[in-house]
Write a protein that binds this ligand. Structure first.
Ligand SMILES: [Zn+2]
Length: 118
């Protein structure tokens, strides 16, 4: 009787652990899917910008390299990453979360700063 109860208990705990792991995997997969969508959008916008600019600027490649380096260094670090500037809510002046379209304090709907922001 004791043994069966122990086995039931450990099986049930293993089941809960497996369910938690499965939920976490599904949530990570959903996040990966969102990131892939975002990368596709960024790639599309980059391609369009490249084509538009290269039509009117012959030395685009070099100018682009210089600008990438300049933007990379704006936060003082050469890390190949774009530093994000903290924005504030236009209504309540509190910090806006980068991934939310509305202020989490007052609900103000915020606009995209540019095409690259989701
Ligand atoms: Zn607000």
């Amino acid at each position: 009787m004791h043994w069966n109860h122990y086995r039931y208990h450990t099986n049930s705990m293993a089941g809960e652990t497996a369910a938690r792991a499965e939920n976490k995997a599904m949530s990570l997969q959903a996040r990966c899917d969102l990131l892939e969508d975002r990368i596709d959008t960024l790639g599309l916008v980059c391609q369009a910008m490249w084509e538009l600019l290269s039509e009117s600027q012959p030395d685009l490649e070099q100018a682009l390299s210089q600008r990438v380096e300049e933007i990379d260094l704006r936060d003082g670090k050469r890390d190949g990453k774009l530093s994000r500037v903290q924005r504030e809510c236009p209504r309540c002046d509190r910090p806006l979360h980068q991934r939310h379209r509305s202020c989490m304090y007052c609900g103000e709907i915020t606009d995209q700063e540019n095409l690259f922001q989701e």
